[in-house]
Design a protein around this ligand. Structure first.
Ligand code: FDA
Length: 395
């Protein structure tokens, strides 16, 4: 005889733990399964160990999906303020770092402990190191095959995440379940991911590895982010590059403005006034790291002259070069280092109110496995919380 549960949630990550806890607290008998040996592994890794758990400025425009409207309902019904309230009820101190990004003061472990405590309050049964080898539709729900024996579930929630960071337990399980039940999967690709560069440029800028500069980075579709750019030994990373990676397609160029916060011609005029015999290189070193200036000289040739010798045309040229640096990435580092997976279960086949499959009653998909991703900065966890909450209301 199969062991019986009202709800089985597969994936004890952010979305799965939260949904299981809420369902349990509403009186349902809930089983939460995960393939790993600990729950919430990505939460623990996130935000440099402090978990950037939400953002003050959550809005649907910060999310990407083939259907940009899909995320609206869940995000509006369970907001960042609701999650902040939950954190406060558990006595977890937090702070805003930048751009509305909220982090734990202490450790991401507090978020995992909070979710586990919520699961305990809902008497959720948690089974780790559990992999489902098969799922079949039954008269009243689903039968799941596990090595320990079959389990029957009236309702099934898939919260197994995307493909990013296989080292943290990511598998294509959720996409396979979707396909088994006839739900299409929007093709996936790595997002919020560092770029790799073609060899010639990579060799030219190799000495910049570890240097960070503020930058305004634009994709060919016009999307722009102004955050730091970090040079790495493989290419380019940092928040501006991770953000723009979600909008970049193979073969496209990025345009990088390395002087996002100053009026360079006004700056030059002031410097010319104060230090007419200063070299252009030394002048540039006042607004950019010296290592970068040396490297830029190798790339683009900074005129070897003093400010008073610089012609207006030369001024225009170097300003333009720094403001419109066009770079064609070779590719990205892929799922190995990506924070999220773009694409996933096609939202046209899910209810935006409940996350339930429109064709298979009782089957739900929540969190990153769905074709919804957010910007860097707490937006992806908020999607996990909001979609989990929306689902739990319907169970
Ligand atoms: P998640 O991936 O969290 O959980 C899925 C769970 O399912 C995992 O526990 C996995 O082991 C399990 N699983 C997979 N296959 C299975 C199978 N076959 N059987 C059983 N279980 C299975 N976002 C943000 O908003 N702020 C941040 O600071 C960060 N930081 C960050 C850092 C790093 C290093 C990464 C990789 C990602 C982030 N993110 C983030 C993104 C965020 O972690 C991500 O969007 C959410 O964890 C998604 O939550 P889910 O619950 O949908 O999937």
């Amino acid at each position: 005889m199969a062991e019986k549960f009202d709800v089985v949630v597969i994936g004890a990550g952010a979305a799965g733990m939260f949904c299981a806890a809420l369902a349990g607290q509403s009186g349902l008998r809930v089983l939460l399964l995960d393939n790993g040996k600990r729950p919430g592994r990505k939460i623990l890794m996130s935000g440099g160990g402090r978990c950037n758990f939400t953002n003050l400025y959550i809005e649907p425009a910060a999310y990407l999906s083939q259907n940009p409207h899909f995320c609206k309902s869940a995000l509006a019904r369970y907001t960042q303020w609701d999650f902040i309230d939950l954190m406060q009820r558990h006595g977890i101190a937090w702070h805003e770092k930048t751009l509305g990004q909220l982090f734990c003061d202490d450790s991401a472990q507090q978020v995992v402990d909070m979710l586990l405590n919520e699961c305990r309050a809902g008497q959720v049964t948690l089974r780790l190191r559990s992999e489902v080898s098969g799922i079949a539709r039954a008269d009243e729900g689903f039968v799941l095959n596990l090595p320990q024996g079959d389990i029957s579930a009236a309702q099934l929630v898939i919260a197994s995440g995307g493909l990013s960071m296989p080292g943290l337990g990511a598998t294509p399980f959720g996409y396979k379940v979707a396909q088994q039940f006839g739900l299409p999967v929007v093709p996936t690709r790595a997002a919020l991911v560092p770029f790799t560069l073609h060899k010639p440029l990579l060799e030219q800028i190799s000495q910049l590895s570890g240097v960070a500069v503020p930058a305004l980075v634009s994709a060919e579709n016009g999307t722009v982010f102004r955050e730091n750019l970090l040079f790495t030994h493989r290419g380019m990373s940092g928040p501006s590059m991770l953000q723009i990676s979600s909008y970049w397609h193979s073969g496209e160029y990025l345009t990088i403005n390395l002087l996002p916060d100053i009026d360079p011609l006004a700056f030059l005029a002031e410097e010319l006034n104060a230090h007419p015999n200063q070299s252009l290189k030394n002048t540039l070193s006042k607004i950019l790291p010296r290592r970068f200036v040396e490297c830029w000289h190798l790339l683009h040739g900074i005129p070897e002259c003093t400010l008073k010798q610089l012609t207006p045309r030369q001024q225009q040229e170097w300003v333009l070069a720094l403001q419109q640096w066009r770079v064609q990435p070779n590719g990205t580092e892929g799922y190995r280092t990506a924070e999220v997976t773009q694409g996933g279960v096609d939202t046209r086949y899910l209810s935006s109110k409940t996350m339930e499959s429109s064709q298979v009653p009782g089957l739900y998909f929540i969190g990153e496995v769905v074709d919804v991703i957010g910007w860097l900065g707490g937006y992806n966890f908020q999607w996990a919380w909001s979609s989990a909450w929306a689902c739990a209301q319907a169970l």
